[in-house]
Design a protein around this ligand. Structure first.
Ligand code: FAD
Length: 391
């Protein structure tokens, strides 16, 4: 990899690759523990939602490696994940009005002192970068992420390429009079970073058909990511984006009073992780430089929302699951970075109060995906150098 490690990751980040590696090794263990806790390891999605962009009625996932285990035995789950508790989350407005004290509707308590008898006003605008209604859908199933790791599934070929092409196609913000597409660098970096991160994870967890064991495959990694320094840079860029979003909601997170059973444990991990992040890791105000107009921001939002909706066209359950988790994680980061920025006090409060628990779960799991990708990139680099020394 020909990266200059002492140089800044991008013009909108004040940190170098080396510094991000350092931050990452400091937080890695805590982050790993956090996403394995009962609160952060479950995600909800509708596996049968139709693809909104083309006819996918022939969808068929016959390969065992791309199907996922869903939670069927609810009695094994802790109290706060029982349908009753989850049902409370389906209708947060009712929760507030009825004054339930369900521990897991923790977002009601996100900001200390919030008067729960006066629900926040409905938004005047759409702030969401993804479709948050899906989490409330009756069709959605609960999935244990730790039991369905993101790894090589064999999904690929023309169908996967079409999906990637469609996603990159969303980055055509306007066309010149000659019909040339005017793209947004930040949008491209986000989707390329996501694409590259998936590439790292599938290279890191490949099935060795000779031994039957899962493990890293250097050649596969080099062909997809390692030989493309820009793709690696985009993973670091995404790390900086998500890290800044976490840094930004840090004041609210310390007030979180969720699921008291393990509150202190989980909360101390979140605080420990976010306290190692720095405001300079990313400068969202520089992202659009002079052109952060309301219209552009809104277009960015709508286009990113489409990226999250394209995940419903992915014909591989594991890929779709992790695609949903990560696009929701980026959508949540963008919402925190851009919508909190120029909003008045009341709107800011509204946005943070209304983050669903699945957005928070996605945010932390996306950060963990990037963190693990960076750790894997450094391991692949060692494997590459060892190989060179042997040859
Ligand atoms: P693709 O990865 O399909 O890429 C198509 C083209 O895009 C490439 O030829 C290249 O020109 C360009 N490109 C590739 N990477 C980048 C980048 N980072 N930035 C810019 N351009 C790039 N497979 C699994 O095994 N496990 C999974 O969990 C998984 N999850 C997926 C989730 C989603 C949402 C999607 C759409 C696909 C997923 N896949 C997964 C499939 C995987 O991403 C690849 O599509 C597949 O492995 C085939 O790879 P490929 O080398 O043919 O090229």
């Amino acid at each position: 990899c020909k990266l200059e490690k002492e140089s800044a990751v991008s013009t909108s980040c004040d940190v170098t690759f080396k510094e991000i590696n350092q931050i990452n090794s400091n937080i890695r263990e805590d982050l790993q523990t956090l996403v394995n806790t009962d609160f952060f390891k479950y995600f909800k999605l509708d596996l049968y939602k139709e693809c909104p962009f083309w006819d996918d009625s022939n969808r068929l996932c016959t390969d065992g490696s791309c199907s996922i285990d869903i939670v069927e035995d609810w009695s094994q789950l802790p109290e706060y994940w029982q349908p009753k508790a989850l049902g409370g989350l389906h209708d947060p407005e009712t929760d507030i009005l009825e004054g339930t004290d369900d521990e897991c509707s923790f977002l009601d308590q996100l900001c200390q002192g919030r008067d729960q008898t006066h629900p926040a006003q409905p938004p005047k605008f759409d702030f969401d970068y993804c479709d948050v209604n899906e989490f409330e859908s009756k069709e959605s199933v609960l999935v244990d992420l730790t039991k369905n790791p993101e790894r090589f599934t064999g999904y690929g070929g023309q169908e996967a390429r079409n999906i990637w092409q469609y996603i990159y196609g969303e980055n055509c913000f306007s066309t010149t009079t000659e019909g040339k597409c005017l793209a947004k660098d930040a949008f491209y970096r986000l989707v390329s970073g996501l694409h590259a991160s998936i590439g790292v994870h599938i290279s890191n967890e490949m099935l060795d058909t000779k031994t039957g064991k899962w493990g890293p495959n250097l050649d596969f990694f080099m062909a997809r990511v390692g030989n493309f320094p820009d793709r690696i840079t985009n993973i670091y860029f995404n790390y900086a984006v998500v890290a800044k979003a976490l840094w930004k909601i840090r004041p609210y997170l310390t007030h979180l009073d969720f699921c008291n059973e393990y509150d202190n444990n989980v909360k101390s991990k979140i605080v420990s992780i976010t306290s190692q992040l720095d405001r300079n890791i990313f400068h969202e105000d520089l992202l659009f430089k002079d052109d952060l107009t309301y219209k552009l921001k809104d277009e960015f939002r709508t286009r990113f929302k489409n990226v999250t909706r394209i995940m419903d066209c992915v014909d591989c359950d594991t890929c779709r699951l992790w695609g949903k988790v990560q696009t929701t994680g980026y959508a949540t980061s963008l919402k925190i970075l851009f919508e909190l920025e120029d909003a008045d006090e009341e709107t800011q409060q509204y946005i943070v109060d209304k983050l669903t628990k699945y957005e928070l779960i996605a945010l932390l799991n996306t950060f963990d995906r990037l963190s693990q990708a960076i750790e894997a990139i450094n391991n692949f680099e060692k494997m590459y150098n060892d190989k060179l020394n042997i040859e």
